[in-house]
Design a protein around this ligand. Structure first.
Ligand SMILES: Nc1ncnc2c1ncn2[C@@H]1O[C@H](COP(=O)(O)OP(=O)(O)O)[C@@H](O)[C@H]1O
Ligand SMILES: [Mg+2]
Length: 242
C-alpha cells in the first residue's frame, strides 16, 4: 500500500536562493508525522509546497504524491479538493466573525474524500468551543482560536490535515492541550502532518518525527527513537535526557 503522502526529492527555491534541498518524507494513513526544526529551517516552505501555496516567488520541483497520485502540478484549490488541507501559521480564522460563523462558512468541496464533520461534530472534538459559539474570534484565547482554525480545516473534509506551528503564541500549558486534540483526531482515523518548534510537546503526541535543518532532513524516525537523538536532546530538550 502506498503511503497517503509521499514527497520525493522535493526542492524549493525563492528566486536564486534554495530553501529546500531535496526532501523525502511520507505520511501513512492514520499517522501523525511531525517536522521539527529551528526558525528558517524551511518548515513552512515544505508544507506550502505540499499544499501548492506559493509565497513570494517560490518554485517547487520534485514529487508530491497523494495515495500514489502525483499532485505536484495542481493548483492549491485542486489539492484542497483532493483532501490536502493546510492551516497556515497564525492564520485560519476570521477575527470579526463568531466561532459558529467561522465554522459554518466552510463546506466540504465537491468530491472531498475525507470524513465529513458537521459543526456539531467539531463541537464534540473541541468541547471548549460550544460555550463560545456566539463569541467573536477576536475575543478568544490563543488556544481556542487555534481550535477554531483546526475546526474550519476539518469542515473541508481533509484526508491529510497539515498544521503549521499550531502552538505559536499559545501559553505553554495550552500547547499540549491543542496537540492532544490533534492526536485524538488521528486516533479517530485522520492523517496529519504537523510542523512544530515545540519539540518536547510534539514528541508526546506524534508517531514519527523528521528533523529539518537548513532545508535538509538530517534525521527521522519513530518518536521513541528521536527522543534520544543527540541533536534533538541538545537543541530542544535542554540537553537533559528524560
Ligand atoms: N517568500 C520568501 N522569499 C524569499 N525567501 C523566503 C521566503 N519565505 C521564506 N524564505 C526563506 O526560506 C527559508 C525557510 O523559511 P521558512 O520555510 O519560513 O522556515 P520555517 O518555517 O522553518 O521558519 C528562510 O531562509 C527564509 O528566509
Ligand atoms: Mg514557518
Amino acid at each position: 500500500m502506498s503511503p497517503l503522502l509521499e514527497l520525493a526529492d522535493l526542492r524549493v527555491r525563492y528566486g536564486h536562493t534554495a530553501a529546500l534541498h531535496g526532501v523525502d518524507l511520507t505520511v501513512g494513513q492514520r499517522e501523525l508525522v511531525a517536522v521539527a526544526g529551528a526558525n528558517g529551517a524551511g518548515k513552512s516552505t515544505l508544507v506550502n509546497a505540499v499544499a501548492g501555496w506559493s509565497r513570494g516567488r517560490a518554485v517547487a520541483t520534485g514529487g508530491v504524491r497523494l495515495d500514489g497520485v502525483d499532485v505536484a502540478g495542481l493548483p492549491a484549490h485542486h489539492r484542497t479538493r483532493k483532501g490536502i488541507v493546510l492551516v497556515p501559521e497564525g492564520k485560519g480564522v476570521f477575527e470579526g466573525l463568531t466561532v459558529e460563523e467561522n465554522l459554518q462558512l466552510v463546506s466540504p468541496p465537491k468530491g472531498a474524500g475525507g470524513k465529513r464533520y458537521d459543526v456539531s461534530d467539531i463541537y464534540e472534538v473541541f468541547p471548549q468551543l460550544p460555550g463560545r459559539a456566539s463569541k467573536k474570534c477576536s475575543t478568544l484565547s490563543g488556544g481556542e482560536r487555534q481550535m477554531v482554525a483546526i475546526g474550519r480545516a476539518l469542515r473541508a473534509a481533509p484526508r491529510l490535515l497539515i498544521l503549521d506551528e499550531p502552538s505559536v503564541g499559545l501559553a505553554p500549558r495550552l500547547v499540549l492541550d491543542v496537540l492532544r486534540h490533534v492526536r485524538e483526531l488521528v486516533d479517530g482515523g485522520l492523517s496529519v502532518l504537523l510542523v512544530e518548534q515545540n519539540v518536547k510537546a510534539t514528541l508526546e503526541v506524534a508517531d514519527r518525527l523528521y528533523l529539518l535543518e537548513q532545508g535538509r532532513v538530517v534525521g527521522s524516525g519513530p518518536v521513541e527513537q528521536m527522543r534520544d537523538d543527540e541533536r534533538i536532546v541538545a537543541a530542544y530538550l535542554g540537553g537533559l535526557r528524560a
